[in-house]
Design a protein around this ligand. Structure first.
Ligand code: CMC
Length: 428
């Protein structure tokens, strides 16, 4: 097979080299295109554009395959701890026992946040969305650790920043939850593992004992793993592009959180529950809402459905759907919105509109039902997505910096007015 693509453009001929990945994906390297021809490519929304080569996550959207560093998402969700997956994403290999113990120890001992961070809450009006608060809190870590502003940190300093982020994120997320309820913050307990510590900080009431339910720990661990990375999605690309300007890692993660917030990305998990509740309150007629989703004059979209890359069932959604049944069963919860979700899915999958467009449930379709059963308010759902996605963002950032990638700066095709003369105010 030829290793080049031949382009003939306005009388100029150029051979463009092909790049082949380890899973035989093929890309056309256009890095010399503009120099040779004066033309650029245009691909709004990057539907056909690979922004990088990457060794972190492999995704085959046609087959519904997701692997991190070669390990299937099914194996990881079944067998790993979230911290193991975080280590794998960031360092490239699963940790051995000694490496894991050291990683776990380091993270347990960075969980506290500076007491001054509590002051930040005083500035926010009651009812502020926790995603906005999270972007600010994570960005503000750069003020508490100003050494992170050095873009040429030593490897050890960079690792310390990474460990700090992973350790402090659950503390900050739990803090957001407590503050929104007007309750005192619960401090981290370093004797607890990562997930138990997070649940303790979130659900323990200062006046009462709290027993951490192993069902919650298992569910949360799995949900965090399922959200841990998803290659060059909107927020990961944001983290990489912000990082490419050598902004500090806290700022990059804060930018990633902002990108995640949108309802077309991580914000969909909140919107799914709101949609299911609205359908329930409107009589629970799934078919009516499927018709609305198909109607091009109706802005309604089936939230938690469809994906830029998956043209098959999202493998994460399969695992979450199964967990959802198991967890609600174990907790003895009968949530009517789960039935509505299943009806919606069944109706949509049997409908030619969804079949032709290859629209399937995505990771956000069932996750909120589990979060709600565990007691998380709906505004916290996307924050939980961010907590899970953190190691993926860090791994993407680190890969981009390790590869010494240049600043991200796309081109455009200008379509505005051509040069014209200045018009004085009285003549306009
Ligand atoms: N409901 C109804 N129609 C849909 C939906 C939906 N949820 N998703 C896509 N379509 C239609 C869309 O109208 C278009 O139809 P047509 O070809 O007739 O114009 C076609 O399917 C292709 O959609 P698109 O918007 O061009 O596809 P995209 O790749 O640009 O968008 C998406 C992907 C995820 C933004 C979109 O499917 C969507 O808005 N889904 C709902 C929001 C959601 O669940 N987001 C979470 C994504 S998974 C978590 C994450 O990683 O972020």
């Amino acid at each position: 097979m030829s290793k080049t693509a031949h382009l003939s453009l306005q009388g100029k001929e150029i051979d463009l080299p092909l790049i082949e990945g380890s899973e035989q994906e093929v890309g056309i390297d256009i890095s010399k295109l503009r120099g040779a021809t004066g033309a650029v490519t245009v691909d709004v929304g990057f539907k056909n554009t690979g922004s990088t080569t990457s060794g972190i996550t492999y995704l085959d959207g046609e087959q519904g395959v997701l692997r991190h560093r070669g390990y299937s998402i099914e194996d990881l969700a079944e067998n790993a701890t979230f911290l193991e997956v975080a280590y794998l994403l960031i360092n490239g290999e699963l940790p051995n026992k000694a490496e894991y113990e050291d990683w776990d120890h380091q993270i347990r001992h960075h969980t506290l946040v500076n007491e001054d961070m509590e002051n930040i809450f005083k500035a926010w009006p009651t009812g502020s969305h926790p995603m906005g608060q999270l972007t600010a809190m994570i960005s503000s870590l750069s003020s508490f650790y100003p050494e992170s502003l050095n873009p040429n940190q030593s490897e050890e300093d960079q690792h310390r920043t990474i460990r700090r982020l992973i350790a402090k994120m659950p503390t900050i997320v739990a803090m957001l939850h407590k503050k929104s309820a007007g309750h005192p913050v619960i401090y981290p307990q370093n004797k607890l593992d990562y997930v138990s510590n997070f649940l303790n900080m979130t659900f323990k009431n200062i006046t009462e004992e709290y027993e951490i339910d192993p069902i919650y720990v298992e569910a949360m661990n799995k949900l965090l793993i399922l959200h841990a990375d998803h290659e060059q999605n909107c927020s990961a690309s944001t983290v990489r592009i912000v990082g490419s300007s050598h902004a500090n890692l806290y700022a990059c993660i804060s930018a990633g959180i902002a990108a995640l917030w949108g309802p077309l990305h991580g914000g969909a998990n909140q919107k799914v529950i709101e949609m299911l509740e609205a359908i329930k309150n409107d009589g629970g007629d799934a078919k009516k809402y499927i018709e609305k989703a198909k109607d091009k004059n109706d802005p309604f979209r089936l939230m938690g459905f469809g994906h830029r890359v998956y043209k098959n069932y999202d493998p994460r959604a399969l695992i979450i759907k199964k967990s959802c049944d198991e967890i609600l069963d174990k907790l003895g919860i009968d949530d009517p919105v789960l039935d509505i979700a299943k009806q919606l899915e069944e109706t949509a999958l049997a409908d030619p509109y969804f079949a032709e467009r290859k629209l399937f449930p995505n990771v956000d379709f069932y996750s909120g039902i589990i979060y709600r059963a565990m007691g998380f308010p709906v505004e916290m759902f996307t924050v939980l997505f961010a907590l899970g996605r953190l190691p993926g963002w860090i791994a993407q950032w680190k890969e981009m910096r390790d590869q010494k990638q240049p600043i991200g700066r796309p081109r455009q095709i200008y379509t505005g007015p051509t040069a014209r003369d200045w018009v004085p105010m009285e003549k306009r």
